[in-house]
Design a protein around this ligand. Sequence first.
Ligand SMILES: [Zn+2]
Length: 73
Amino acid sequence: MSNRVVQGRMVTPERLAELIEGERPMEADGIEDAERSCPDCEGDVIQVTYMPTVTELVTGYKCQACDWADSER
Ligand SMILES: [Zn+2]
């Protein structure tokens, strides 16, 4: 199971990508632990790779405890 709890809510990879991107992705891979901690609250950061469009692959990062999110594209 790759669903994780983010800010008290269980999210799927697609939902996590939506939180980071602001829009639902075409496709999202499983959620993984990111080897970093949140710059805002030192909380655990998780990552997900997703495709916002057919030609773009993005790695998104999201803190499990606060609103912090980032993406690499
Ligand atoms: Zn945080």
